[in-house]
Design a protein around this ligand. Structure first.
Ligand SMILES: Cc1cc2nc3c(=O)[nH]c(=O)nc-3n(C[C@H](O)[C@H](O)[C@H](O)COP(=O)(O)OP(=O)(O)OC[C@H]3O[C@@H](n4cnc5c(N)ncnc54)[C@H](O)[C@@H]3O)c2cc1C
Length: 309
């Protein structure tokens, strides 16, 4: 019963993430709650957070929040901003790379626009010794995302990685076709509203699939970013790498800013590499709604704080 209630709430929150009316309301009254998950609205705010995290031995990435751009001119301005972000991160000597959504770079305009925009950013990042990860969005975008990733690797760029989602049935096959590239992959459970035709509807199946994929990635020759806050999976990963003699230079843990900070610290204390994903920007609404959907208890936290105001 609790499980199905959580499932229904998750679906409602994810479909509400597309509502402009709710977005206006939450921007007006829910900003304080979104700030738990967002490293500020400006790059200056974000740099402060990144400095603090780096000083506490965390690796970091950042993202200019935004997605679903529909015209090439807006996508070009996003690219220009990302170039400034890369320059600033380099001048601040931060241990921070980028994580980028292709729909922010114009994937909905055309695959070619997104590919060219991404290539220019990966090239710029390469000159600065930085790395760019392509986030994974809805299942309808997986083919284009993997095609663009492959295209960059074939063009000789090694400072680029992408993401695979354990909730999709197709992911094991995708992983097997990527492994010969010795890819740098982040493995996540998956954050979007997907149909049972393409994704496991039951959380237990997603968790099981995650573990299978994680083991396969760790056995492959690439680099694995284990992106989860699930301590059972993290414990399993630690036991697995110890048992198989997989070195700490072959993987890292990744978590989101504002989620389970104590667990993040514990892992750093144990000597593991932990990256904290720390996005910034004014367009935080869809990102925030996905964070609420991941843990319906977060909604109660927001409502309780609203009532106290
Ligand atoms: C670094 C990083 C990058 C990501 N990139 C992508 C991406 O590119 N594409 C994509 O589809 N998804 C992405 N995700 C989101 C991911 O798909 C999951 O939705 C998210 O990580 C929650 O799943 P979980 O693995 O933490 O496990 P869960 O089983 O959902 O959670 C495990 C435990 O973690 C805690 N927890 C989890 N989420 C929250 C939260 N929001 N607030 C408070 N506590 C929480 C709870 O205690 C929960 O019991 C990313 C996640 C991370 C950590």
């Amino acid at each position: 019963m609790v499980l199905s209630l959580n499932g229904a709430m998750r679906r409602s929150l994810l479909s509400a993430s597309r509502s402009p009316g709710l977005s206006r309301l939450v921007h007006r009254y829910g900003r304080f709650a979104a700030y738990r998950f967002v490293a500020g609205e400006t790059l200056d705010d974000c740099v402060q957070v990144l400095r603090r995290l780096n000083a506490a031995e965390f690796k970091t990435n950042t993202t200019l929040l935004g997605e679903g751009v529909r015209d090439a001119a807006t996508a070009a301005s996003v690219v220009a901003t990302y170039r400034q972000v890369l320059d600033r991160l380099a001048s601040e000597q931060l241990r921070t790379n980028l994580a980028i959504k292709l729909t922010h770079l114009g994937l909905d305009v055309s695959e070619e626009v997104a590919a060219q925009n991404l290539t220019s950013l990966v090239a710029h990042a390469g000159r600065l010794g930085s790395f760019v990860r392509i986030d994974m969005e809805e299942s309808a975008r997986v083919d284009a995302t993997l095609a663009i990733y492959r295209r960059l690797r074939e063009a000789g760029y090694d400072n680029v990685g992408t993401v695979l989602q354990a909730y999709l049935y197709r992911t094991e096959e995708d992983l097997r076709t990527l492994l010969p590239l010795r890819p740098n992959l982040r493995l996540v459970k998956g954050a979007y509203l997907e149909s049972p035709a393409v994704a496991f509807p039951r959380k237990a199946d997603v968790d099981r699939h995650y573990v299978q994929l994680m083991e396969l990635m760790l056995q492959g020759g690439g680099y694995t970013a284990i992106a989860t806050h699930d301590d059972r999976i993290i414990d399993h990963a630690i036991q697995y790498v110890n048992r198989h003699g997989i070195g700490r230079e072959r993987f890292e843990f990744q978590m989101l800013y504002g989620v389970r900070p104590r667990l993040q610290q514990d892992l750093v204390r144990q000597g593991y590499t932990v990256l904290v994903a720390s996005p910034f920007g004014a367009q935080w609404f869809p990102y925030f709604m996905r964070r609420l959907a991941e843990r319906p208890a977060n909604v109660l936290f927001v409502l309780r704080n609203l009532l106290r105001r």
